[in-house]
Design a protein around this ligand. Structure first.
Ligand SMILES: [Ca+2]
Ligand SMILES: [Ca+2]
Ligand SMILES: [Ca+2]
Ligand SMILES: [Ca+2]
Length: 215
């Protein structure tokens, strides 16, 4: 091997090592503990144990990263609306025995119908919901905005939380109590549109957990 060739090989190895060190050729969020998909500093495997969302750096939506959040699955309700004008009603709140539009069974998930009783289209919805373990009293609380969810005047629309990525379906923490806690649960949902009174509804879920994960 010529001196020049040896030199080129050494340069090539050094460059490769430098790229790896800089994270240019590797996801910066993969560590010896496995992938950290959402980059919040908690590996996916640990998120499962902690009950946090591996695809969301702020599982409960309270603007504190899962790693920094003292209770990463409990957000206080940030919806403080003074308006008492009714614009929306919730019906058909369901967390079990869900079916698709053809009536076929689908995995258990949170879904409900939203009616717009105004003469205007509504958008910029946000939602706060709690999951309470009826046996232990432990409460999880989640807040999120609902971008792209709109309800026309007089329209009734169904919204889902199930990680299936369809229109009007929004993601949920697949490790939350709904999916991981086998005790009977109570879910309470508060839906809000700015400038109108929030609407709240609740539903109980039987013991034994969901049929399928929130994937
Ligand atoms: Ca993570
Ligand atoms: Ca997370
Ligand atoms: Ca948080
Ligand atoms: Ca929190």
């Amino acid at each position: 091997m010529s001196k020049k060739l040896s030199y080129l090989i050494i340069i090539s190895i050094f460059t490769s090592l430098l790229l790896v060190a800089c994270g240019s050729s590797q996801p910066a969020t993969t560590s010896q503990n496995g992938p950290d998909t959402d980059g919040d500093g908690i590996p996916d495997s640990a998120e499962s144990l902690l009950g946090t969302d591996p695809n969301n750096p702020d599982s409960d939506g309270d603007n504190q990263n899962d790693l920094a959040d003292q209770n990463p699955v409990m957000a206080e309700n940030p919806i403080h609306e003074t308006s008492t004008t009714v614009a929306i009603t919730i019906s058909g709140l369901q967390v079990e025995n869900n079916t698709d539009i053809d009536g076929a069974d689908v995995a258990d998930h949170l879904e409900f119908k939203v009616a717009n009783t105004t003469k205007n289209g509504l958008t910029n919805f946000d939602i706060y919901y709690t999951i309470t373990d009826q046996t232990t009293g432990v409460v999880q609380g989640y807040y999120r905005t609902l971008p792209n969810f709109t309800v026309k005047a007089g329209e009734v629309k169904t919204i889902h939380f199930d990680n299936t990525n369809q229109p009007d379906h929004y993601s949920v923490n697949p490790n939350n109590a709904f999916y991981k806690d086998v005790n009977p649960l109570t879910l309470e949902v508060t839906l809000h549109v700015p400038g109108y009174a929030p609407n709240t509804a609740s539903v109980n879920k039987d013991a034994a957990g969901a049929e399928g994960g929130g994937e």
